[in-house]
Design a protein around this ligand. Structure first.
Ligand SMILES: [Zn+2]
Length: 196
């Protein structure tokens, strides 16, 4: 059960990593954006060139009634994540607004809170997401290899599935792996050659 669960999680992580790599390549050709609009504001996730941008805009007034609520997908021209980060700098002056900005190695965080609204922009490079999702299957593979090596050193257990082979020493009944038998002794060879 645990093995199946781990296989499922590994397969999911591999698929996720592949999807992230595809979106990474795609981000230089176009920008995909998913927006969730609710009465209190919008939350969005978009692909910028080589990065993922998470946007949050919450206001203490309702958005225009004509603005559709719910999830919407839009596709646009490729653009840098800097456009998202620069957006708050061009807003009207608000004495109550406090802006916090941090940027390092492709990661960025911008947080602007005022009496009227809250605007948050978070940027992460695609490579970091790919590395995070690939870490799980790679870690699982490394652990499996290590435990398989250990099992091979344990006599009486199947090297593939760890099944107890005391009753069936030549082949594992669980997974069918033939077990390595020790070479016949010199005495046995001699006895077989002298028979006519
Ligand atoms: Zn086995």
């Amino acid at each position: 059960m645990l093995r199946r669960l781990s296989n499922f999680a590994t397969a999911t992580a591999v698929l996720l990593t592949a999807a992230i790599c595809l979106l990474w390549l795609r981000s230089y050709r176009l920008s995909d954006k998913v927006t969730l609009t609710r009465d209190d504001g919008t939350r969005s996730l978009r692909s910028a060139q080589g990065s993922v941008v998470l946007g949050l805009y919450l206001a203490n007034y309702k958005p225009r009634p004509t603005e559709p609520r719910g999830i919407a997908y839009t596709r646009g021209e490729p653009s840098s994540a800097q456009w998202d980060l620069m957006g708050v700098l061009f807003l009207c002056y608000d004495p109550s607004a406090k802006l916090i900005r941090w940027e390092h190695a492709g990661f960025a965080w911008s947080h602007r809170r005022s009496n009227r609204d809250l605007i948050v922009t978070a940027v992460a490079p695609f490579w970091s997401l790919g590395a995070a999702t690939a870490a799980f299957p790679l870690g699982c593979t490394a652990l499996r290899l290590r435990s398989r090596r250990r099992r091979r050193q344990t006599p009486g257990l199947c090297p593939t599935c760890n099944y107890d082979l005391r009753a069936t020493p030549h082949r594992c009944p669980e997974c069918g792996t033939p077990t390595v038998t020790s070479p016949p002794r010199a005495q046995d060879n001699h006895s077989s050659t002298v028979t006519f």
